[in-house]
Design a protein around this ligand. Structure first.
Ligand code: MG
Length: 379
């Protein structure tokens, strides 16, 4: 058993599950959560969802699944170094993107626009909805019935309007509190993972170059140290040697800074962490700025690159067309979704029906959304 710090999430003081269940036999409660997430349909679908590049653009780019696994790897390292609950951290990391639509952020932004008169669409809230409502697996409850701390971690952001509907779970977005440290670790592990693998994927796709990346101190410093040691290294190992150093540099800074923050604030338990008005898991100011610099670089040079934009523009069209078609003609929906949309229309009117359609579209993989788009156009 892991040696947990007093401020880590502990099973004994957990706020528990919504539906009471007997304790697991051979696993801890958070291990059980992780296992339920891995066995969920939404988790399997992450394999065919875009991170930056559409899934079928090439087999070597990250998908949401490999992204989530990398986030979990980084998160576990940080959690163990700080004596936090590694199982809980892993569960949150693996679940953090379950609510993502096909086609990455472009898909989500367009679905939010489609839903603007019907309550909107937020991907963090959708991840929570997947584990609370949409997964249909158990006889005795809807969703996965995860521990409170896991759900707290999955809900990374949330608008104030929605937060007020979520009871205890939404309170921190209204009162300015913090989630437990495992949730904070998962959040930072996500940033470290995507910044670094997007550099890797961007270089591999030929959309950005190492010389361009030298404008970022984070990259330039590590590149220099690799070139000093191996001036003639080939491109692939060169890229990897730089990126592994960037990850190590960020993780080390995060662990050291967070440890100092913890020592300063001395939280005695998770509830004291929640009451603080600042997160404790953070980078030093200097490294934070370098990280922001890299993010800005990626936004301008990769996410807004013509080739990526071509994909995102098409993605928006696909999502919009699907939403409009299903709203117009429920006959295009599969029978169980059609039945649910009719039921929801009875209780929640057009908004209720729109929510079922948004859930259906959000659950699609890239390739299924494209195939549906072609089918719907023909009808
Ligand atoms: Mg992510």
């Amino acid at each position: 058993m892991q040696d947990l710090a007093p401020y880590a999430a502990q099973e004994e003081t957990s706020r528990g599950r919504v539906h009471a269940e007997p304790a697991p036999n051979h696993r801890g409660q958070y291990q059980r959560d992780r296992d339920r997430i891995i066995h969920s349909a939404a988790f399997r679908r992450l394999e065919y969802k875009t991170q930056v590049f559409v899934n079928h653009e090439g087999d070597m780019f990250r998908t949401r699944l490999t992204h989530s696994i990398e986030v979990a790897q980084i998160g576990r390292t940080i959690a163990r170094a700080l004596n936090l609950n590694e199982d809980l951290t892993e569960a949150i990391c693996l679940a953090h993107d379950l609510g993502h639509t096909p086609f990455g952020h472009a898909g989500q932004d367009r679905l939010n626009l489609c839903m603007k008169d019907y309550g909107g669409f937020e991907h963090n809230l959708q991840s929570l909805r997947v584990v609370e409502v949409l997964e249909e697996k158990y006889a005795e409850f809807p969703g996965l019935n995860l521990m409170y701390e896991t759900r707290e971690g999955i809900l990374k952001h949330c608008s104030r309007g929605k937060a007020s509907e979520l009871g205890e779970l939404g309170r921190r977005f209204l009162d300015g509190g913090q989630p437990g440290l495992e949730a904070q670790v998962a959040n930072m592990a996500d940033e470290i993972a995507y910044n670094n693998h997007d550099v890797d994927d961007g270089l591999r796709a030929g959309l950005i170059s190492m010389d361009q990346l030298d404008a970022c101190r984070l990259f330039e410093t590590q590149r220099r140290s690799v070139v000093d040691k191996w001036p003639d290294l080939a491109d692939k190992p060169m890229t990897h040697e730089i990126i592994r150093r960037m990850i190590d540099y960020l993780v080390s800074d995060l662990v050291n800074t967070s440890r100092a923050n913890i020592n300063f604030h001395k939280p005695e338990n998770i509830d004291m962490v929640r009451k603080l008005n600042v997160p404790l898991i953070c980078f030093s100011d200097e490294v934070y700025e370098q990280q922001v610099e890299l993010k800005r670089f990626l936004r301008v040079n990769l996410y807004q690159h013509g080739r990526v934009k071509q994909m995102t523009d098409r993605a928006k069209e696909i999502i919009q067309d699907l939403f409009d078609a299903y709203m117009r003609d429920a006959g295009l929906l599969p029978p169980d979704t059609r039945a649910r949309s009719a039921r929801n229309h009875e209780h929640g009117g057009v908004s209720g029906r729109a929510r079922v359609i948004a859930d259906y579209i959000a659950g699609m993989t890239d390739r299924f959304a494209i195939a549906e788009y072609e089918r719907v156009r023909r009808t």
